[in-house]
Unconditional design. Sequence first.
Length: 349
Amino acid sequence: MRATLIHAARDIRVEDVPDPVLRQGTDVLVRVTAACVCGSDLWPYRGIVGTDEPRRIGHEFVGVVEDVGDDVRTLRKGDFVIAPFVISDNTCVHCRNGVQTSCENGAGWGGEDDAGFFVDAGQGEAVRVPMADGTLVAAPQPGDDAMLASLLTLSDVMGTGHHAAIAAGVGPGSTVVVVGDGAVGLCGVLAARRLGAERVVAMSRHADRQALAREFGATDVVAERGDEGVAKVEELLGGVGADAVLECVGTKESMDQAIAAARPGGRVGYVGVPAGGAELPIRTLFGRNVSVGGGVAPVRAYFDDLLPDVLSGAIDPGRVFDLVLPLDAAPEAYAAMDERRSIKTMLRP
């Protein structure tokens, strides 16, 4: 089959790799119908995270079950399934506490499972899924490409934006600032409005992303950054910062801006994969009573909440996909996102 590998910084290739096979009774094989490039995939693409040797890449996909291990109980051939970006058994103590990203038996796509067998990454034609009952979520077959795109966002970006909003304590009447206008930040805007936020300020300097943020429910857009951006936020919000700030980038600058944009006693929910020396200024947080929470989003925990709203059309997060390419065009998918010619790129095997 064909699959995407990263060889080095800015060196993405689609190559022939072995077809996956069942290894354990809890496995299923999934034929991938759609995958995508994540903003966090750009860290190794840009060389911020090193790549020592060629490896498979991609952790967001949906598809159809083609084969089922003898011990699988909740899935069958022909099921359409969504794959969260982390593999989990969904039964250990951490999973039961809603933190499937810390599963005691968990694994990552493109790594090894708990038995030491290789696990395919998501940007390929097919994937062996370990602990399939705990990992995969079955959903109705999407009736059109728009629904397919929205279901695909549940594998990562919609759940991650929602996690930022939950961690920041967004609720009815909240004032919210979203730092980051990538797919996660835009889904954070959507999540904040869904949770009842009254005012949502999207920080963005790009017209296409500003427009989508407004369509997702942003009431205001701030293009300024740093101190100027914080001053503009305070001007919009009556001289104070926001009740809740969603940090959806992961750099030192984005975290500093998120903390500064929170009002005294406010909360920051951070989900941007850390890069570039981001650290917490404990004395500043202490002095202003600003709380910080978040981390790796346990998107598996949010399916019961978010999936019905996607299926009903109450939310349409799939609009973050503004470029669809065949799998063999994965190098261009990465380049387009790196050069900000695309908000989020879907790959169709």
